[in-house]
Each structure stands twice: as C-alpha cells, then as structure tokens.
Design a protein around this ligand. Structure first.
Ligand code: ASP
Length: 910
C-alpha cells in the first residue's frame, strides 16, 4: 500500500514539474513598417522572457515577425495564415484598424489567441481577442471626471476623426441640455489649423479638449500659440496618452495649462530600466552609437509600445499557468481547413484571470474581459516640463496629489515674471489723472484708490503692471441682442488686459463672463440728492409741539369742560350759595359758576394760574380735578416737546427714500448708463424698482448719464429737481466734498467691488489672497481714509456740520417771536374791549342820566386819566325803578362787578 502511494506521489510530482510545453513556442508578431518601436518591444520582451527562465523555465519563445502595410488587409490575412501554418501559439498586433479586424476574424476562426495593444472601440467580449489598451468607455470616463473636477462649464472639443468622437462620447453625454453649450469642431485634413483656431478664439472659449494623433499635437499647439491661444487663460486637455512624447519645450513658459493622462510613467524605475535596455539592444542591432543613447537617457515610451511588452509577458504567464493544468501541444494550422487550436480559448481565459504588474501598471481584466483597475497619471506642463499632478482610477476618480500650497506657490512663481495689463476707467476717487505741471506718462499719470490698491497687491505678489484706460470708458454691460460685452469686461474677454480694477461691481452676469477676486469694498445703491433747504424759523413755532389736531381737540375739550361745569354747577344744589353770609335768611341764592366764570376757571387752570373761586360740590370738583389732571399732562408734554422744536433746525426734504421717489414724477432721477446700478433696476422684480426703471427709461432727455461726474453735476444744477441713483461709496466721496449734496435714505441692495480677470485665470486665488492680506493688515482701510477723507478736498463739509451742531442750542427772536406777537395781540384786544366796555357803559349811563354820550364819556375819561386813588365814589340817586338785586344797575362800580345794590346817584361825585 505504502509503495503504491509513493509511486502515485512521484507521478503527480513528475506531472507537476514536467514541462509539457514544446521547447520552442512560436508567437507571431504583425507590424507595420512605421511600428519599429512596437517590434523592438516585442522582440525585447521575448528576449527578456527567454533569458529570465522564471516564467517559462523549459521553453523558449520564438518571435515570428511579419511586416505589412497598414492599409493592406489582403496581405495581412495571408501573413496570418502563413504564421498559423508555422504553428504559432498567439498572434500580436497589428496596430492599424484596417488590418487588425481581418487578423482578428482569422484568429477567432482558428481559436488562436490574438493580443492587441491599440485603442479599439469595437472590443467584443466573446472572441479570441485580448486587448491590453484601456477600454474606450473607461478612458472617456476619465476625461469626464477631470473636466468635472476642474468645474469647466463650457469647452470646445477639437477632434481629428470619428474615432475621436467615440473616444469622447461620455464627455458629450455628461453635458446636460440646460448647461452651457459645448462646441465640437473637426481638425480637418489640411495642416493649417489656424482658421479653425481663430474661430475658437473669437468665440472667447478658453477650455479646449484636443483629440488628435500624437504626431499632430505639436503642430496644433504651435499654431494655437501663433494666433494667441496659448495664454495664461487657456486650458488644454489632450486625450493622447503619449503627450510626454511631444516636444513641449516652446510652451513651457507660456503659462498655458496643458494637461493629459498617461498610462506609463517614464520615470518609474522599471520603465527606465526596460526602456534603457531595449534602446541599447536596438542600438546594438542597428550597430549605432551606444554612447549617444546612454547620454540621451531618453526614457520616452509610447503607451502602445509598453503595452506590447506587457502583452508578451501576460501571454507567457498565462501559458505557464495553463501548462500546470493541461498538456499543451502547439500544431500548425491551415486557413483552408476547418481546424482549430484546442487550447486557444483556455489560454485566453487564463490570460483574463492572470493578475500581474507590467510597465503600464496592474494588468487585470474585469468579468467582461476588459482591462480594469488601471491607474492613469494626470500630467500637467510646467516650467520644468510635464509634471504628475494627480492620478485617476475608475473607482475613486480624480485624485490630485499636488497640494493647495504647491499649486499656490507655482502660481506665485509664474506671477513674479509677469507684467499685467490693467484696464480701468476714470472714476473718482478710484482712478484719477494726476495733477502735475509736467507731462506724465505711463502709470505715473494716474492716482487714486484703485491705483494704490494694485500697487499694494503688486508689492505682495511681486509682479509688474501697466495701467490702460478702457477705450469706451465704460464698466461693462452685456448687450442682450448682440450678446457682446463692452467696457472693461470686453477688454478682459478679448485678452487685451489681464486685470480690471475700478469701482467695478461684482454682478451675476459679469461673473458668468469673467472671473472676480473676492470683494475689496462693500457698498449698496443709494440716492444722491440736494441737501434739504433750511426752513426759516417759524414765528409761531411754539405751536409746533402739538399738531393741529391736538390743538383743535384741546380747544374742544376746553369748551366742553367749561359748558359741563356750567351745567353741573347749575344742577347741583351745593353750588347755590347765600350771597350775604351774615344774613341767615337770604331771599335768594347765588351761583358763582356763570358760563363766563366757568370759561375763566378752565382757562386759568389750563394756564396753570388758578382762579379766585373754586367748586364746592363733589360733581363740579370732579370735573375740575379731571381738567387739572388733563392740563398737567398736556402742559408737561407741550413743555418737553417745545424745547426740541425750538432748538432743532427743521429741514424739509421732499424725498426720504426710493419709495418717495417712485411715488412722484416732479423730481426726475436716473443712474449711470450701462452700469450695475441701472442693471439692478432693469432686472429687479420688485414693483417699486420696476416702476422706477420704467420712469427712468421714459425720460427725454435721457435720465441716464455717461459718468458719475455727470450725474453729480445734474443733481447740483437740478436744484432739487434731479436725484441720482449711485453707489454708496461714491456718494460718500461726493458728499465729503460737495456740502450741498447728501445721501437720501438707506441702501437698496448690498454688493461689492472686485478685481476682474479673464475667465479661467490662474491668478485669481493669488490676487484674492493678496486682497485678504491687505484687508487684515488694515491697508484697505488706510487707503479708503486717504482717498475719501484726506486727499482732493476731503473733509470739506466736516466743519460745516460742526458749526451747525454747535449753534443749535441758541434761540433767536425768530424762534420765539410768535410769543411776543401773541402777547401784543392779546394786549391790543384787551384795549379794544376796554374801549368797547367804556363806550357801552357811558352810553347806558348817558341814557339814564339823560345827558349826552360825549359829556358822560368826557367825565369818566377825565376821572380815569387823573390816575389818582384807587377808589371811586358812587353817585347816589333815588330808586327810580325796582331794579332787581344783582341785576346790572348801569352804574360804574369800583370793582367793576355787578354786585352793587341800593340806589346810586346819577351824577358821579366829584
Ligand atoms: N460700479 C458700477 C458698475 O460697476 C457703476 C454703477 O452702475 O454705479 O457698473
């Protein structure tokens, strides 16, 4: 039993280690004359496997090479049949699509493994083909991921042939119908690409996806450079995996962003070693200058060439694995017979399950037989040549390995050698012409906040700049019909300028067209208007503390209370009193609250003076008490408010806000033509602003101005008939200098000024960083104070404000004159009444005494004018009639009241 088991083990071991493969395994290679690198890689891989002895220990590979024209499919078929007749285990190549499809169909029929290393969108699963080139869909996904990672909104695809469109189909599909349009243009047969590139340039597109053969890349880029499409703002994504084989020396310093993927890292140690070795073997074969190859140290290898090397290794490894499981014999096959190779499919399946590392990274296939889990390097052109900035793989997508700091440093390095063209417009205090006796040139002509700002930024980042005025002197607005921009924005889009610095507002429309840095100043739209004209002090300003309504209500309350007191006093028994307290049995009672007395009582209390008679009944006291309370509150309120009304100068402005402006048509108003302020009203959905926009548009002559200066002039000359809608910072500047003008109301919106630059500018982050730095250091604040409050007449209106506030407390006659008028008026009225009373009594007495009115008046006047004594004797007379007591007896009484009783003489006693 033991013996039997030992024999079985021996047989198994023999089976395991016995190489059933033939000593020489032929493999066919089909190459085109131009594919010499492919052929070298193929030969070198075979040599390497043979010398290594690790992969196929007992067998040797023998390379059977056939050459053919790339277009000649007939000869290709013949050559394959010839190879099959010689008994090959696999066929490699060819590279041309024309011939490859024929080769593949023959291999499929004969069940001979066919290994390809070219881009082929017709990859089929159920065939004898093993293609090591990444699957077109996967590759296309890599482009999509990269474009998305960059955040490109629009781009132009330049493609060479229909295969290019297939290659980029995922990119075309990924772009949604509602996004910005993408443009697709074909390169054409001609070698002059300039007309096409010019069209792209005119469309202001700066993102370009270039899909063409590696050989044409240089020419396209060169011609793009000639027509000015290789600026800092252009980005090229090149779909070729062999960009590292293109001479990019001339484009290294242009600042253009040129990016591509690569499958083979020429700096990888394995690649370096292999490429060096096959260069040497090639030189040996050609008997060339070995030393020059060593000196060159050129490790450039095309992706397809590296893939050929990997393909031979993959084949050898799969063959070795297959050899361990089945006995393999390789036999010649005839294309004329229906013969097949029985191990073909097994070998293909082994190739698809093998996992190995090659020059092109991990070689692995998915369940569909397409290459999977491969990694592509993302490479970018820099001053040092092509640099790896990240990687892509199908599971994680794009992964940038360059840190933010590295990217920033790189940009700053580029900036340091630059001279930026800065476009601007004249607008105080941002950019103004310097006043000088001699003629100034260059940047020295200008001064202002924006000029200082760019100077500070240039000091932080270390670049040079040239200031140029925008030819049309406009900020930049989009013509909705022509879709063209004007002003500074146009200059940026035409790449005539690198930066736009002024009071240029960051708006949505502009942000779509150009790039903005973070804002360096915040502001909002407001109204510039003439200061309200000072109202001359009102003579009757003492009436102002209470409104007319309140005065009317007070007068009504006064009358009401007087009448009520009168009625209640008559009604209540306790107000009827004995006129002669010494007489316990009076024959009549007296009520002191006559209507006139009631009014006198009420007015006495209102004036806080009191009166010589007071209510006695509870009801009348209640009325009096409430009236006193009322007067207490009213008088205190009046006194408190009076101080404010007499001291504060009254300024009456017809408009206080945008609403007031919108509600009227007498005061015209407008804004800067083509600016963000006008655009704010044009695009607003708010009804007030829409009404204002319609009003502004309907005005003839136009309510819009060509500049802020013109707007300010119109406000000054308009003498209150024109208001200008302007940005708060500019208003602040104007009202610091022109004391006639003021800002009316608050801000209608909130926004900021930013530095604009052409779209896709790589300098945005660096310049934003510099602005932030200046802000944190307080430089921006210093600049603002300098240009707003100090230079060019700043602070002119500050003295005036102080003056007005210090004199506000003194009251002139004009403020309180009304009180004197009232006093004088009262005196006058009193005199007139006194005369009336005098005449009235004199006439009565004259009638009674039957004397003349003049004599009576003369007698009384004489007595009055004597101005002696305070007593007046009564002229006694007999009771002429039964005048009721308490009734006016028609005589002068020293007290002037009606309380006399008895008889008095008709003649006054002298
Ligand atoms: N700063 C504004 C602009 O950028 C000008 C304005 O409309 O007031 O358009």
């Amino acid at each position: 039993m033991m013996e039997w088991l030992t024999q079985l083990l021996l047989v198994l071991l023999l089976m395991k280690f016995s190489n059933t493969l033939p000593d020489v395994i032929r493999i066919g290679g089909l190459f085109h004359p131009a594919d010499d690198k492919q052929e070298i890689a193929f030969r070198y891989a075979v040599e390497k496997i043979n010398s290594d002895r690790m992969i196929l220990p007992r067998s040797k590979l023998s390379a059977q090479i056939e050459k053919m024209s790339p277009q000649d499919s007939f000869h290709a078929s013949k050559k394959v049949c010839h190879l099959l007749r010689s008994g090959v285990a696999a066929i490699f190549g060819p590279q041309s699509a024309h011939t490859a499809s024929h080769v593949q169909s023959i291999c499929d029929t004969m069940e001979i493994p066919h290994l390809e290393t070219r881009w082929d969108y017709r990859l089929r699963r159920e065939s004898c083909l093993v293609n090591l080139y990444p699957h077109p869909t996967t590759l296309s996904k890599a482009y999509v991921d990269l474009v998305k990672a960059w955040g490109w909104k629009s781009f132009t695809i330049i493609y060479e042939n229909n295969e290019g469109l297939v290659r980029l189909q995922e990119l075309l599909k990924a772009h949604g119908p509602y996004e910005f349009p993408i443009t697709v243009r074909q390169l054409g047969e001609s070698s002059d690409y300039r007309p096409l590139l010019k069209q792209i340039k005119n469309s202001a597109e700066s993102h370009i996806v270039l899909d063409c053969s590696t050989e044409r890349i240089y020419d396209v880029l060169k011609q793009a450079q000639q027509i000015g499409m290789m600026s800092d703002y252009h980005s090229y994504l090149i779909t070729s995996l062999d960009l590292h084989g293109v001479d990019l020396e001339e484009f290294k310093y242009g600042g253009t962003n040129i990016t591509a993927f690569r499958l083979v890292d020429p700096d990888g140690p394995e690649v370096r070693k292999v490429v060096r070795e096959w260069n040497l073997s090639e030189a040996k074969n050609k008997k060339g200058e070995i030393s020059s190859i060593i000196r060159d140290n050129n490790t450039f290898v095309k992706a397809e060439t590296a893939l050929m090397y990997d393909a031979v290794h993959l084949f050898a490894k799969a063959l070795h694995d297959l050899d361990t499981s089945q006995q393999i014999d390789i036999k010649p096959l005839s294309c004329d017979a229906v013969d097949t190779w029985p191990h073909g499919y097994s070998l293909i399946n082994y190739m698809k399950i093998v996992e190995m590392r090659g020059l092109t990274g991990v070689i692995k296939f998915d369940h569909q037989g397409f290459r999977s889990d491969f990694v592509l390097d993302i490479i970018e052109l820099s001053k040092e040549g092509l640099k790896k900035i990240g990687t892509w793989n199908s599971t994680e997508g794009v992964n940038f390995t360059r840190t933010y700091g590295e990217a920033y440093t790189q940009i700053v390095e580029i900036i340091q050698n630059k001279t930026f063209v800065v476009t601007t417009i004249l607008s105080s205090p941002y950019v103004m012409r310097k006043e000088a006796s001699e003629k100034l040139t260059g940047n020295a002509q200008f001064e202002g906040y924006a000029v200082d700002l760019i100077h500070e930024i240039s000091r932080v980042l270390g670049f040079n700049y040239t200031i140029r005025l925008a030819p049309d002197g406009r900020y930049g607005s989009l013509n909705r019909e022509t879709k063209e921009w004007d002003g500074m924005i146009r200059e940026l889009l035409d790449q005539k300028a690198d930066l736009a610095i002024a009071d240029l507002t960051i708006t949505y429309d502009r942000e779509q067209a150009v790039d903005f840095t973070m804002p360096f100043m915040n502001l909002g739209i407001s109204i510039l208007y003439r200061k309200p004209i000072k109202q001359p002090p009102n003579l009757f300003s003492f009436l102002s503390p209470l409104s007319l309504d309140v005065w009317i209500y007070m007068a009504t309350a006064y009358l009401g209370v007087s009448v009520l007191l009168f009625i209640l006093a008559r009604f209540t028994p306790y107000e009827w009193q004995n006129p002669h307290p010494c007489n316990p049995n009076p024959d009549h009672l007296e009520n002191q609250f006559t209507l006139f007395n009631c009014m006198w009582f009420a007015i006495g209390s209102l004036m806080q003076q009191g009166c010589d008679f007071l209510p006695k009944a509870v009801s009348t006291r209640m009325v009096a008490g409430m009236w006193w309370f009322f007067t207490l509150i009213m008088i205190s309120s009046y006194t408190a408010n009076l101080a404010a009304f007499l001291t504060v100068e009254r300024m009456d402005s017809p408009i206080e806000s945008a609403d007031d402006l919108a509600k009227q048509t007498k005061i015209k108003y407008g804004a800067l033509r083509g600016g963000s302020t006008a655009a704010f009203f044009r695009d607003s959905n708010f009804s007030t602003y829409q009404r204002m926009w319609s009003f502004m548009e309907s005005q003839r002559p136009s309510a819009f101005t060509a500049s802020n200066v013109e707007g300010v002039e119109r406000v000054v000359k308009g003498r209150g008939n024109y208001a200008f809608l302007m940005e708060s910072t500019s208003i602040e500047y104007v009202i610091e200098r022109n004391c006639e003008l003021t800002q009316v109301g608050g801000m209608l919106d909130s926004k900021g000024y930013g530095i604009a630059m052409p779209p896709n500018s790589p300098f945005r982050t660096a310049i934003s960083g510099a602005i932030l730095k200046l802000q944190e250091e307080g430089k921006l604040h210093i600049l603002k104070t300098r240009w707003w409050k100090e230079k060019r007449g700043g602070g002119a209106c500050r003295d005036e404000t102080t003056k007005t506030s210090s004199t506000a407390n003194e009251l002139g006659l004009a403020n309180v004159g009304g009180v004197f008028v009232v006093l004088m008026g009262g005196m006058g009225v009193a005199c007139v009444i006194a005369v009336c009373e005098f005449v009235w009594k004199s006439r009565k007495v004259a009638v009674e005494e039957r004397s003349s009115l003049c004599a009576e008046m003369a007698t009384e006047l004489r007595f009055a004018l004597r101005c002696q004594g305070s007593t007046k004797p009564i002229r006694k007379k007999g009771r002429s009639c039964n005048a009721p007591t308490g009734v006016d007896d028609g005589r002068f009484h020293p007290l002037g009241s009606y309380t006399s009783y008895g008889f008095v003489s008709k003649e006054p006693i002298n």
